[in-house]
Design a protein around this ligand. Structure first.
Ligand SMILES: [Zn+2]
Length: 341
């Protein structure tokens, strides 16, 4: 009888190993282990008729061990079948479509900066650059913020030594460009700026684009026409803007341009603080003292300047809520954002 039990269990193991799918495996479980009429279960019930107590005990133990082994074999085969998604025995089908190729995309900040360059190039602006490690003199003093000026405190500055710092804005390039190119000129300065700031809307390193237009007879109307053209080109025809008086040390008068909220369109939501408007950029007519610091005669020339955060413009254009997402390089974020850009 013990030999019979081993033979049955051996056959069960062979069939389990050969089972081709989960349904066949379940059939084998029923046939050998089924509570009511499974072969091994029936045998186990039959041992009650064996007279010798010791023989009965041993056979019972053997059957229990075999039931456990067959049961484990079934579980093992089940796991194999369930994970056999890529069945290597399957013939290679050359007509199957290949898995989609995941192409890299540009970061939204790069896309936004490129779009800004393109728009201002249409208006005759040239791109210029300047050093990121800047002299205090260019970063502050020559743009009308001499030592002790209160506006310096609003920039949490990374100082390198007494005279050098990581530029806190792209405005020092205004002075460099004036000294180098004189008047008239039309330039934009896309570049990195640095401040000791880090939260959902500030990063210690961010990008600004500075703009400067100097010629004879430049007036506020030139400033407004240029920047409204930019806003419509960048944010779309439906974008509306409004102007509010502001104060910057390097422009006089100074204006802030606000954009109709990109989420609610002006009816009010949490992004715009229920005002319907979002701050976009600072601008104004270049202060005569700044023109003079750049070697340009303010009695003959006038100009306007503006500056805006590229990350902020990208967030508004592509609906990004947290500025830090722009730099975490998570492809799940970058793919859809860049695809919509
Ligand atoms: Zn809103």
């Amino acid at each position: 009888m013990t030999d019979d039990v081993h033979a049955i269990a051996g056959r069960a193991m062979d069939e389990v190993a050969a089972a081709g799918d989960l349904a066949e495996l379940e059939g084998l479980r029923q046939r050998y282990l089924g509570r009511r009429d499974g072969t091994l279960s029936t045998l186990r019930r039959g041992i009650g008729s064996i007279g010798d107590v010791e023989a009965r005990r041993q056979l019972g133990q053997t059957i229990n061990e075999l039931v456990t082994r067959v049961s484990e074999a079934i579980d093992g085969r089940r796991a194999q079948l369930e994970t056999a998604g890529e069945d290597h025995d399957e013939p290679l089908d050359l007509t199957r479509p290949a898995p989609p190729l995941r192409r890299g995309r540009l970061n939204p900040v790069t896309i936004a900066a490129g779009e800004m360059r393109r728009i201002f190039a249409q208006l005759g602006y040239t791109v210029v650059g300047g050093p990121e490690v800047e002299y205090d003199r260019y970063n502050f003093t020559l743009v009308n913020q001499p030592p002790g000026h209160p506006a310096r405190d609003s920039h949490d500055t990374f100082y390198i030594d007494d005279s050098r710092l990581l530029r806190t804005h792209t405005s020092p390039v205004q002075i460099r460009s004036m000294l180098q190119h004189g008047a008239p000129q039309r330039v934009i300065v896309p570049g990195k700026s640095f401040r000791r700031d880090y939260d959902a809307s500030h990063l210690p390193m961010f990008h600004q684009v500075e703009g400067l237009c100097i010629d004879e007879g430049i007036a506020i109307s030139d400033l407004k026409g240029t920047l409204e053209y930019f806003a419509h080109s960048f944010f779309g025809r439906d974008a509306r803007v409004r102007w509010r008086p502001h104060h910057f040390p390097f422009t006089e008068p100074s204006l802030e341009m606000e954009l109709s909220c990109v989420v609610c369109g002006g009816t009010g939501c949490s992004l715009c603080g229920h005002t319907g408007w979002l701050e976009l950029l600072g601008s104004g007519l270049v202060h005569p003292a700044v023109l003079r610091n750049g070697g340009i005669d303010p009695d003959r020339y006038s100009g306007f300047a503006f500056g805006m955060g590229i990350e902020r413009a990208a967030m508004l254009a592509y609906g990004v809520q947290d500025i830090r997402l722009l730099y975490e390089n998570d492809v799940r974020f970058l793919q859809p954002v860049s695809a919509g850009a």
